[in-house]
Design a protein around this ligand. Structure first.
Ligand SMILES: [Zn+2]
Length: 597
């Protein structure tokens, strides 16, 4: 068997349903794989799930479902996501697979035999979210930078891996291995601060893979998880390309090659680190409560709309993403540019016919440049280039006016060009590309159903409200959305976007120069402590507010009030003249951070 070009994505925790970040990575990998295959390469593509992580167990416990059942259910959602996104993987690995755990034990045994795993005492700060220990200086305000949560202090007899032994070799490997370069540099400068041995065991854990020589310990989930690339390779190791998000760069750039060096297994060739998707400049994550469900988006807009909108995001830098961005890209590019071109040209050919001629139009296409971008994993730039050729085609139609001239040769050029466009777009939007190909290779070309139907995306517009204060007309700066009077006009998806939480007031302070506002520090459970400014001073004394539980609108865009950034707002009822304001109070037994909805 000859080794195939081997591509992997990270494997996902199954502690929750998939979010859009998972879809992003899978789509990047899939588009790259499809492009490689279109060049005649034989590609093996691995994706899957990390089922052994402690946080899966915790999530199962807190939802009251047996761990195995919980994991099976969520894993099914990830498989479904892959299916609905048209992910052309060759193997989907689950780390609870027997074959995987056998391979993991074998490799760990090899590392033990090499003398690179030894027993010692570990005391440190452990973030369950990351499944990793942190040092004090890695934390921001004492909290994990990925999860904004305080790590737990743990002390235990443990097994250590001699990571420090591989410092020199890693420094040599990383510059050639990690892409983009700045991600490699980030890791190198962290190595320069000193590389310590790492704890690779968990004592008394009930879930995961046991140490080969000691049943009292489970293997640290990261060692187990990283080895999925090896155990799931189906004879194709070493990997040619690992695709991962920036949050797990360290594990893949440093720990992973070190494990392989110790076990004397060949190293992977390239690590491609992509950025994150943000909403309004904020990281998307479950704990921040601003997660977009890719399954819901696909259900609403279809596979190719979601794939396309994600693939237009920058791969290396963080990018803003939202449903609105999806719709804008879909309407402007897929519907207006590509869809219109397809329907126009097919309609004209149906009426006029075609006549074979050399295709001059295709000269405007820079295919070399597109391939170069793809080789460098700059998928967004390749798409840009393809769409600039689509612009050329649209301009050509406008210029040549084939509806007037009945020029069959021009229509032939457009047909050939659209077939080329279909070929180029096929890694990105396979289903739509296939339709274009089919339509324009038919014996009798006909105008078919529109490829992309424009989406109406209506959100309430902000309009200033005029209100009377002391007889004078005043523009209310608290803008009300249009149509708020009619409740049934607010779509459920709008309501669902609001993240309402139970929070507890911890501190009430005056704000210099503000006679109506208090500065409140509120505890929002898993979201941490937030600061909000609230116009309650005329209605509540500080003592009455202290330790009250309130309802907090958590994902409202922060804004500056009297020099303080107010991170959201609390819910209160008020009379129309604003003379009386009362807080809406949840039951005092409700835990801080609980969701309302
Ligand atoms: Zn963390």
């Amino acid at each position: 068997m000859t080794k195939k070009f081997y591509v992997t994505t990270a494997i996902d925790y199954v502690n929750a349903e998939p979010h859009i970040g998972h879809a992003f990575e899978k789509v990047i990998a899939d588009a790259f794989v499809r492009w490689k295959r279109s060049k005649g390469e034989n590609v093996f593509f691995l994706t899957g799930v990390d089922e052994n992580a402690q946080k899966n167990v915790q999530a199962a416990e807190s939802s009251g479902i047996p761990v195995k059942e919980f994991i099976d259910k969520n894993t099914a959602s990830f498989v479904e996501l892959c299916r609905k996104l048209d992910i052309s993987y060759s193997n989907f690995i689950r780390t609870t697979d027997k074959k995987h755990s056998i391979e993991v034990k074998k490799i760990v045994k090899k590392i033990i035999d090499e003398g690179d795993i030894y027993k010692g005492i570990y005391e440190g700060l452990y973030c369950v979210g990351c499944e990793a220990y942190y040092t004090e200086k890695d934390l921001i305000d004492g909290k994990c930078p990925e999860h904004n949560k305080k790590p737990e202090l743990r002390k235990e007899e443990a097994y250590f891996f001699k990571l420090s032994k591989y410092e020199k070799e890693l420094k040599k490997i990383i510059p050639k291995y990690v892409l983009p370069k700045f991600r490699g540099n980030e890791v190198l400068s962290r190595i320069d601060e000193g590389l310590k041995d790492i704890c690779v065991s968990r004592k008394g854990a009930t879930w995961g893979i046991s140490f080969p020589n000691d049943e009292n310990y489970k293997i640290w989930v990261w060692i187990d998880a990283l080895l999925n690339y090896y155990s799931g390779a189906d004879g194709n190791w070493p990997a040619d390309l690992h695709i991962i998000g920036k949050g797990i760069n360290w594990f893949h750039s440093v720990i992973w090659p070190a494990i392989l060096l110790s076990a004397k297994v060949p190293l992977p060739k390239k690590l491609f680190v992509h950025g994150y998707l943000n909403t309004e400049g904020k990281k998307m994550s479950k704990s921040l409560g601003n997660v977009i469900s890719p399954l819901k988006l696909i259900e609403k807009y279809g596979t190719d709309a979601v794939r396309y909108s994600l693939l237009r995001c920058s791969v290396f830098e963080d990018t803003d993403y939202s449903e609105r961005i999806l719709v804008t890209r879909y309407n402007n590019e897929l519907a207006n540019k590509l869809g219109n071109l397809v329907s126009r040209v097919s309609g004209l050919i149906e009426k006029t016919g075609i006549e074979k001629t050399p295709n001059k139009l295709i000269k405007k296409l820079n295919e070399k440049k597109i391939n170069k971008f793809m080789e460098n994993y700059e998928l967004d730039k390749a798409l840009n280039e393809i769409f600039s050729f689509i612009d050329n085609c649209n301009e050509y139609v406008q210029k040549k006016k084939p509806w007037e001239t009945k020029d069959k040769k021009v229509l032939y050029e457009l047909k050939e060009s659209l077939l080329k466009v279909a070929e180029l777009l096929s890694p990105f939007i396979p289903e739509s590309a296939e339709k274009i190909k089919k339509d324009f290779s038919a014996k009798k070309i006909k105008k078919g159903e529109p490829l992309f139907v424009k989406i109406e995306f209506s959100t309430p517009k902000s309009v200033p409200q005029i209100m009377k204060v002391n007889g004078k007309e005043k523009i209310n700066k608290f803008k009300k959305p249009e149509g708020i009077m009619s409740v049934d006009e607010v779509e459920f998806k709008e309501w669902e976007k609001m993240d309402l939480r139970v929070a507890q007031i911890k501190k009430v302070e005056d704000i210099p120069g503000a006679d109506k506002l208090y500065k409140l520090s509120i505890d929002v459970g898993e979201l941490g402590v937030r600061i909000i400014c609230a116009g309650l001073k005329e209605f509540y004394t500080k003592d009455r507010l202290k330790s009250k539980k309130i309802i907090y609108f958590a994902n409202l865009k922060p804004r500056m009030m009297k020099g303080i950034e107010s991170q959201g707002m609390l819910l209160a009822a008020s009379t129309e003249d604003h003379k009386k304001v009362s807080l809406i109070l949840p039951d005092s037994e409700v835990e801080n951070g609980s969701r309302i909805g």
